[in-house]
Design a protein around this ligand. Structure first.
Ligand code: ZN
Length: 265
């Protein structure tokens, strides 16, 4: 390692991780990249001249909890310097992103006041970090657009469902109206088949029959039509006709004469 440039130590770690086939996947939920992360933190400590061991550590804060504040800052700065020395062939690797993940944001993670982007600016690592940030932003914007789109879709779907419900209700009302008018037609056909005398009895006794729906042509209009009608029927029919006018009024006047006390039954 003595013939290496300063900072070349991190490339050694990356080469070693690659030949050992360690997992370097960022945010790996299976192994947490434990071997790799212990390796680069240990190498950074050695590089910084700090005596620290990280065997039991899993999280970045555990890795650094065992060292003093000064050593911690030295460790983080050494690791960042190592990143700054990496040649471009490493800066798009998973391993690189995993190291960044351990460091960023360094102030929150390790209490080291440092802007990673500034420290790395002008290096391949800095450019890679900028690409990571841009990618992250793009993913976030994409997610935002997707949510907006889904909410538009959801609104449209609710509107469509509402329109459909209204259309079904309308169709139901129409078919109900058609059913009722068909029923009324059947009733009128049945009434038309009756003789005038039978029709008068039906008018007097069928409460389901709406008199106002009876066409004028089906209302008996001659004295002769009333000859068979009993006085009780005439009285009942008079009550039903009430104060209606037109053909019903004419029928009422004829019935009135029939229902007068003393007139023939
Ligand atoms: Zn893993």
């Amino acid at each position: 390692m003595s013939n290496r440039e300063p900072g070349g130590w991190l490339e050694d770690v990356l080469v070693g991780a690659q030949s050992a086939r360690w997992c370097t996947r960022p945010f790996c939920t299976t192994c947490g990249c434990l071997e790799f992360r212990q390796a680069f933190w240990t190498a950074a400590a050695r590089q910084a001249g700090i005596d620290a061991r990280f065997e039991a550590a899993r999280l970045p804060r555990e890795i650094l909890s065992g060292v003093s504040v000064t050593d911690r800052e030295g460790l983080v700065r050494t690791l960042v310097a190592g990143l700054g020395e990496l040649p471009p062939r490493w800066t798009d690797s998973e391993a690189f992103r995993t190291i960044i993940t351990d460091l960023d944001p360094s102030l929150i993670r390790h209490g080291v006041p440092m802007a990673l982007d500034t420290e790395l600016s002008g290096t391949p690592a800095g450019e890679a970090l900028a690409r990571m940030r841009a990618h992250f932003e793009e993913v976030r914007a994409q997610r935002h657009r997707q949510r907006a789109y889904e909410s538009v879709q959801a609104t449209e779907e609710r509107r469509r469902a509402k329109r459909e419900t209204r259309a079904i209700a309308h169709a139901n009302r129409e078919s109900e109206a058609r059913r009722r008018s068909a029923e009324r037609l059947d009733l009128l056909v049945a009434i038309a088949r009756l003789s005038p005398g039978e029709r008068l009895v039906r008018f007097a006794t069928d409460p389901a029959l709406v008199l106002d729906c009876v066409p004028a042509g089906l209302i008996p209009a001659q004295e002769l039509d009333l000859t068979e009608l009993e006085r009780a029927m005439a009285v009942a029919l008079l009550r039903r006709i009430g104060r209606r006018k037109g053909p019903w009024g004419r029928l009422r006047r004829m019935l009135g004469r029939l229902a007068e006390p003393g007139s023939p039954t």
